[in-house]
Design a protein around this ligand. Structure first.
Ligand code: BGC
Length: 370
């Protein structure tokens, strides 16, 4: 009888652990005690699966345990994930917020439980409960996109279509601002003409956009980081304009997933003779698009470096050492000490060098690679 009860108890424990994992995983069967909790936005975008894989490979050889949970596009899931990890005794929380402002409550809860909070890739705003921020240079990402379009435009009146990320993501502002800094002078001098945003057209003489002005443009041309929303917006935009507004088009797409959706729409329009389109993340599918000439560029953000930086920071915290930071980001409540990683622009010309020779991907992952 006692034996049966023990078996039953074990079974209940196993089921409850599996139930709260929310699609996540932990390293090496060390489930009961978790040192570092990691919360990522969604496993439906390859970008975040890349990060998860890197986290797990970095921690594999250390004496610490991690658990990765996905929020699947929901701030409510994110909060539950944070609470689950707090209950597992984490010392450090690495979190890529679903919504910059909504995540404040979750990290405040973690902080109150004595957990050190590292914002990962996306800054959490309006709270002093963020201890550190590990990020790519997001303004540089946007600037690289803008520069690519500018470098490939000659003459006057080139049609420009603008798209942005989710307004709940602080990065969407940084990307757009970085791109605008480069594009605005080229709009002002007539190289480009904006075709899909009355808000952006209304602000085309303004180089330094305020947060509110950025929000008004982003609100109009947001993809919400959603492939389907990107596709339907692009379709609506191309339907709304005349053939004269198409021809050789320049498209600011905020990331790879949305770039592929938008590129497919521009590629299918008989009045579009050629298009240049940006992206970021160097997702495998987009690298293939770049090789095939369907996406013009992608910004490579080496998730190996970001995940390693975040894990090293977490380990420093656990071992009571001072983490290595070099800059700060203002989150509206404090200057958050930050570690920033540079980015690399990838086009057809350097795809092999940047992504294969660096060991990020295997040549056999792609076709037509030269
Ligand atoms: C990240 C991008 C990603 C996007 C959508 C941003 O915060 O920096 O790399 O493509 O979110 O998930």
């Amino acid at each position: 009888m006692k034996r049966m009860l023990a078996v039953l108890l074990c079974l209940v424990m196993v089921i409850s652990l599996a139930g709260c994992s929310n699609g996540g995983s932990s390293s090496g069967g060390k489930k009961e005690k978790v040192d570092v909790g990691i919360v990522l936005p969604t496993k439906d975008e390859p970008r975040w699966l890349q990060d998860k894989a890197k986290f797990e490979s970095v921690i594999k050889d250390s004496k610490y345990s991690v658990e990765v949970l996905f929020s699947q596009g929901s701030s409510a899931n994110e909060k539950t994930n944070v609470e689950t990890l707090i209950n597992k005794g984490i010392k450090v929380l690495i979190i890529c917020a679903q919504d910059a402002a909504a995540a404040a409550a979750s990290v405040e809860e973690a902080k109150a439980a004595g957990v050190t909070v590292i914002a990962y890739d996306r800054l959490i705003t309006g709270t002093d409960a963020v201890d550190y921020y590990v990020t790519f240079d997001s303004l540089a990402v946007g600037a690289a996109m803008g520069q690519y379009l500018a470098d490939n435009a000659t003459g006057q009146g080139n049609p420009l279509y603008l798209y942005a990320g989710a307004a709940t993501d602080n990065n969407a502002f940084l990307f757009f601002q970085g791109a605008w800094n480069v594009l605005q002078p080229k709009i002002a001098d007539g190289t480009f003409v904006i075709k899909n945003s009355s808000e952006a057209t209304g602000l085309q003489a303004t180089k330094e956009l305020s947060h509110e002005q950025l929000a008004s443009i982003i609100g109009q041309v947001t993809t919400n980081w959603d492939f389907n929303e990107a596709k339907s917006k692009a379709e609506a935009h191309l339907t709304a304009v005349s053939a004269a507004d198409k021809g050789k088009c320049y498209v600011l797409a905020p990331n790879d997933g949305t770039a592929r959706s938008i590129a497919d729409v521009f590629g299918a329009d008989a009045d579009v003779s050629q298009y240049f389109i940006t992206g970021q993340d160097s997702e495998k599918a987009s690298v293939q698009y770049v090789i095939d000439g369907k996406q013009s560029m992608t910004v490579f953000k080496d998730t190996r470096t970001l995940a390693t930086d975040a894990m090293n920071m977490a380990i420093s915290v656990i071992e009571e050492k001072t983490p290595d930071t070099g800059s700060t980001y203002d989150n509206g409540k404090k200057q958050v000490p930050a570690k920033q990683t540079p980015i690399v622009v990838v086009t057809k010309d350097n795809v092999k060098e940047a992504l294969i020779d660096s060991g990020y991907y295997k040549a056999s992952d792609f076709t037509g690679l030269k």
